[in-house]
Design a protein. Sequence first.
Length: 75
Amino acid sequence: MDLQLTKLELIEMILKTQKLSVLKHIKELLENEQIETLSDKQYAEIEQRRTDFIKGKTKADTWVNIKSRIEKSIK
């Protein structure tokens, strides 16, 4: 799928719509896309945790094991 062509098709559809609710939904989707990006501080934290993991300073576990421990602690 060609990205530029898709954008042009969406622009055309937006220009043709007469429904304010549709435009509000599109605006909300696009605004949410902006929010989901990581800040420089968040990215640095993730990179630091990754580096610590690679160097063996921290350890990881599988979701199955983590879920099991949580379930046991709730009982």
